[in-house]
Design a protein around this ligand. Structure first.
Ligand code: FES
Length: 275
């Protein structure tokens, strides 16, 4: 079994500038054999290291059904993420993982899916959205509500068209405030969710975004009649070691890295008071 502290060496194959402060790195395994043996499911995360700068956790944003690259989308917010943003194509980085639990793949099978993402929180949802698109017969209607602070903060605009052209997939985009010549919807994600009023019938809602957005999204979903076990959230706060050792990611007694990062509302109801 591979040592959990030993990173895979990855080559930065392509770098995509998603927004002014978010880049997506497309990574391939330096050792092809390791790449063939690497497997993960949507919802899991990795420790990503830039040699000399340090390590940080990021979700796997690509779907395991698309094997050409592993993608991680990284927002520039501090020392390590700044170093990641300085990387060039061809550079070598470290990747440990995958860690954490996965979205509840059995629960979502055969259901309508409602994805609700905010900002860079769309990244783990994207892994699952693409997974569902690639296994289309296993899922019913897919609704995606995605919002960001401004139109310039929307990530993955490059793949919106691919999602929109899928059968029974609807994409609803909103921004908190207009900048430039935005003609689309303007409102906070939870308010837009209330306005759209998606049906809870045979539907699983899956959300990820800033904690305050998750709090109000969950409230709106409960009001729409979603039961606690069909509201699923990916939490990605304050993680460092990724394996339950550093004590950085706990909310009360729950460790996001070890017990999650995917939780049902039923599981984290009490913790959400601490958001
Ligand atoms: S990230 Fe270290 S204990 Fe969870």
């Amino acid at each position: 079994m591979k040592n959990i502290y030993l990173p895979y060496l990855m080559v930065v194959k392509n770098i995509i500038q998603e927004t002014f402060d978010v880049k997506t790195l497309q990574l391939v395994f330096k050792n092809e054999e390791e790449g063939k043996n690497f497997s993960f499911l949507p919802g899991q995360f990795c420790e990503f290291s830039v040699f000399g700068a340090g390590e940080a956790t990021f979700c796997l944003a690509s779907s395991p059904t698309r094997k050409e690259f592993i993608e991680c989308s990284i927002k520039k917010i501090g020392k390590i993420t700044n170093a990641i943003h300085e990387l060039k194509e061809g550079d070598i980085v470290g990747l440990r993982g995958p860690y954490g639990n996965t979205f509840p793949m059995d629960l979502i099978k055969g259901k309508n899916l409602l994805f609700i993402g905010g900002g860079i929180g769309i990244a783990p949802l994207r892994s699952l959205i693409d997974y569902c698109i690639d296994n289309r017969a296993d899922y019913k209607q897919i609704e995606i509500i995605y919002g960001a602070r401004t139109p310039q903060d929307l990530v993955y605009t490059r793949i919106f068209d691919e999602w929109k052209k899928q059968q029974n997939v609807n994409l609803h985009i909103t921004v908190d405030r207009i900048v430039g010549d935005w003609k689309g919807h303007v409102d906070f994600v939870p308010t837009y969710l209330k306005e759209l009023k998606p049906s809870a019938e045979n539907t699983v809602a899956i959300t990820c975004g800033p904690p305050i957005m998750i709090k109000f999204v969950v409230e709106a979903l409960v009001a729409l009649g979603f039961p606690d076990d069909r509201i699923i959230s990916s939490l990605e706060m304050k993680m460092k070691c990724g394996v339950g050792k550093c004590g950085r990611c706990n909310i009360g007694k729950t460790y996001v890295c070890k017990d999650g990062p995917i939780f049902s509302y039923g599981e984290i109801k009490n913790l959400m008071r601490e958001f």
